[in-house]
Design a protein around this ligand. Structure first.
Ligand code: GAR
Length: 218
């Protein structure tokens, strides 16, 4: 008799914008590439383009409008309630443009990942493509990491490099980076869903080994 298949990892995806990374993860769930399911998309603003996209994909959406809360603590309490009500076991930040408190990060330690459009530790924060171009970098890219209390500084899991080409603009560079984001983010979610990637005492382990360096391609 065959063993029952492992249940899909339930995932909450937090967005502020277009939601193209959310859609890439949803596609990987849908085509069986990864054993995960997006149980809720949570947006911090009602204008996020990804809300409509999620609804078209048949995913439940919650809007937790940051501006309507008295302070950041009240916003985070509502965000936590929405995540926990969804039953998600993994929180995926996908273009979620809010700085989360150390307490919030600690609560989801080892259960929350983020994607950032640079080769961290280079260019944490905003305007990464503009800054990479201004610094005349020859390469740029994207990073996936566990979220900790320090902005864009948690343990790195996966990076993809892209070349910076002559004549690049922030838009052309961003588009090249996003192609890679849509590959590496579903891949990392899949590793977690398969039990291959875990946080052990704050350190990532992949396939039974401590991951001191991210897996890098490109
Ligand atoms: C992505 O490029 C992601 O790396 C970036 O926002 C974009 C969201 O695109 N995230 C950050 O800058 C977080 N610091 P999407 O809404 O189409 O997935």
């Amino acid at each position: 008799m065959n063993a029952a298949p492992a249940p899909a990892l339930s995932v909450a995806v937090l967005i502020s914008g277009r939601g193209s990374n959310m859609a890439a993860i949803a596609a990987a769930c849908g085509n069986g590439q990864i054993n995960a399911r997006i149980v809720r998309v949570i947006a911090d603003r009602a204008t996020a383009g990804g809300i409509e996209l999620a609804r078209q994909l048949g995913i439940e959406v919650s809007v937790v409008p940051a501006r309507q809360y008295a302070d950041h603590a009240a916003f985070e309490a509502a965000l936590r309630a929405a995540i926990d009500a969804s039953g998600a076991r993994l929180v995926v930040l996908a273009g979620f443009m809010r700085i989360l408190s150390p307490e919030f990060a600690r609560h989801y330690a080892g259960r929350m990942v983020n994607i950032h459009p640079s080769l961290l530790p280079k260019y944490p924060g905003l305007h990464t493509h503009e800054r990479a171009l201004a610094a005349q970098e020859h390469e740029h890219g994207a990073s996936v990491h566990f979220v900790t209390g320090e902005l864009d500084a948690g343990p790195l899991l996966r990076q993809a490099r892209v070349p910076v080409l002559p004549g690049d603009t922030p838009a052309s560079l961003s588009a090249r980076v996003q192609v890679q984001e849509h590959i590496i983010y579903p891949e990392v979610v899949g590793w977690i869903a398969a039990g291959r990637l875990k946080a052990v005492d704050g350190l990532p382990w992949l396939d039974g080994r401590a991951l001191w360096q991210p897996v890098v391609t490109g």
